[in-house]
Design a protein around this ligand. Structure first.
Ligand code: ADP
Length: 254
């Protein structure tokens, strides 16, 4: 079951160096519906990762409260999966061992985790690479494995911080489609960070537009595209208009 995320009056000020506090995020209110795919876009330094890390329970907010499914977040949750920009696989474990590790640690049913792992590995084209070590895989394959790892424990909430940004355009688009397919099979609430407006529009139900100095959430744009989304949408004029509309919200300085 997916759970919604409520971000209420949440801000973050870092101590900063030389005792100069850095206001990374001004007080922000945002509610993600259960099962929603929500992206944050904005220039570097607008507080995207700060917000995601607070939702992950990795960083305490300076003000306000974050709730997932009504429960206040004060520490990392087993029911939340995270994928970062660079694959964080353990190099001494095989791909399959890496993928099953969270389920093992979390005391989940390994029978179900193994079944899901094989299924997702197949969808992302990694079945033949499952017994190899991360160093033997390309960056794109490693990132696929990280995504599968986050999904195998079937998290209710999935947090993704620029998961595709280190990849070439072709791999990136393939992974966007794989991501949507995996999300459709087992809906979960997704908070997805990207610099790429088209990527946000293609994947999301809504896109939050942020700006920097200080970091803030300026606008929320509904994406009026049906689902399932298929690659041909990317070359339709409606899609270009949606992307242009989001870009307008970002303004000329970003
Ligand atoms: P984004 O993910 O949008 O690039 P971040 O959330 O990483 O933005 O950063 C927002 C602001 O907070 C930036 O000005 C950044 O320099 C600052 N910042 C991030 N982490 C720290 C930290 N640990 N200490 C001090 N300032 C930080």
């Amino acid at each position: 079951m997916a759970r919604g995320i409520a971000i209420e009056d949440v801000s973050k000020t870092y101590d900063g160096s030389r005792n100069e506090p850095v206001l990374a995020l001004t007080p922000t209110d945002l509610t993600l519906r259960p099962g929603e795919f929500f992206s944050l876009v904005g220039p570097s330094g607008c507080g995207k990762s700060t917000l995601l890390n607070m939702v992950a329970g990795l960083l305490p907010p300076s003000t306000g409260v974050i709730r997932i499914g009504g429960e206040e977040i004060t520490q990392p949750q087993r029911s939340t999966g995270i994928v970062f920009q660079n694959a964080t696989l353990l190099r001494w474990l095989t791909v399959r061992e890496n993928i099953l590790l969270p389920a093992k640690i979390g005391g989940k049913s390994l029978v179900e985790a193994r079944r899901l792992a094989e299924h997702y590995l197949d969808i992302v084209g990694l079945s033949d690479a499952a017994d190899r070590y991360p160093a033997e895989l390309s960056g794109g394959m490693q990132q696929r494995a990280s995504i599968v790892r986050a999904l195998v424990s079937d998290p209710e909430v999935l947090l993704m911080d620029e998961p595709f940004s280190a990849l070439d355009e072709f791999t990136r688009e393939t992974l966007q489609d794989e991501m949507l397919r995996l999300w459709t099979e087992r809906p979960k609430t997704v908070l997805f960070i990207t610099h790429n407006i088209a990527e946000a529009a293609y994947l999301s139900d809504r896109v939050g537009v942020m700006s920097a100095h200080p970091g803030r959430l300026d606008a929320i744009v509904e994406i009026p595209l049906g689902r399932p989304r298929t690659p041909d949408i990317r070359s339709e004029s409606t899609f270009f208009e949606i992307v242009a509309g989001i870009r307008t919200q970002i303004g000329p300085h970003s």
